[in-house]
Design a protein around this ligand. Sequence first.
Ligand SMILES: CC(C)(COP(=O)(O)OP(=O)(O)OC[C@H]1O[C@@H](n2cnc3c(N)ncnc32)[C@H](O)[C@@H]1OP(=O)(O)O)[C@@H](O)C(=O)NCCC(=O)NCCS
Length: 333
Amino acid sequence: MFASFKSIASYIPERVFKNSDFEKIIDTSDEWIVKRTGIKERRFAAEHEATSDLAFEASKIAIQRAGIDAEEIDCILVATISPDFLCMPSTACVLAERLGIENIPAFDISAACSGFIYLLSIAKAYVESNTYKNILIVGAEKLSAITDFSDRSTCVLFGDGAGAAVIGTTQEKSSSVLDISISSNGKYQDFLVTPGGGSRTPIRADNVDKNLQYMKMKGNETFKLAVKTLASDVKDILQRNNISPKDIRFFIPHQANLRIIKAVGELLDFSIEQSVITVDKYGNTSAASIPMAMNDIYEEGRLKKGDLILLDAFGGGLTWGSALLYFNGGNLI
Ligand SMILES: CC(C)(COP(=O)(O)OP(=O)(O)OC[C@H]1O[C@@H](n2cnc3c(N)ncnc32)[C@H](O)[C@@H]1OP(=O)(O)O)[C@@H](O)C(=O)NCCC(=O)NCCS
């Protein structure tokens, strides 16, 4: 028995925040943001919406598209760096309650922008060891809650959203999740960090005054390492599976920066038609970026059952990973 990618869905918050809206609050310009990042706008969740609310909307659709009832989900996994609550309960437990599902395992993982691929690797292992049969995996982020809107080098980059998928079973290798690689290197932990709020720097008025509860990033260093790591990771997984870039229908990289996506695409010989790009309209939504991008091409009728796709991510930790899979959801259009 193999793990199979049965459905994809996303939730995109309504509120559009354009680059020109940043021009009103910080010293920046639409031209700078577009040129350096490719981002034109991003979505921000409403004040009352938490990460689990975004996850819930995406999950409902993912379950329905998988052709199963919520009661058939036997495990819920969420990847997020902006959980509803800092320590407990997990966003996965809150999501399970919203979905009306009880008495199954539900937990969060923390692998930043690589979170969705980490989840997929756990789900694949569970399914193929016959532990669970229908696993809901969700990448969801309300990054606007942990963004410092006075720091122009980070605040223009991020957005909110959620993407969800159901990982089930198949007997056919040609409709399965073929291979996944995940990795990390803590040596670069200070490249992307939310320094305050954890046990190292607890929530205290003096730490909050220093804005330590918000994301900080060494942008330039992260950029260079991202290009190198993403490209070599993909080369490895393709080689290992004896697959050439032209066999891939869609290359879906983590959406952090258009320049990173283009540089990696060129190094790997992916055409513009193969590379999926959504960073222009959603910004970087961390763990949600890959499933959101995947859902966009699904809803456009481009992603079809049987398509061979390659996912590739890189994020805080540092963490990275790639996944090679045949999409096995029903065609929407
Ligand atoms: C953040 C990023 C866009 C910055 O681009 P960059 O070309 O590296 O720019 P730098 O950080 O070197 O800054 C260049 C200048 O632009 C300025 N700048 C930074 N943010 C700005 C903004 N929003 N608007 C205008 N100017 C800005 C800097 O202050 C700096 O000015 P200075 O030269 O006078 O000091 C880029 O480094 C990046 O995308 N990094 C990777 C981010 C990423 O992918 N993170 C997530 C990984 S999952």
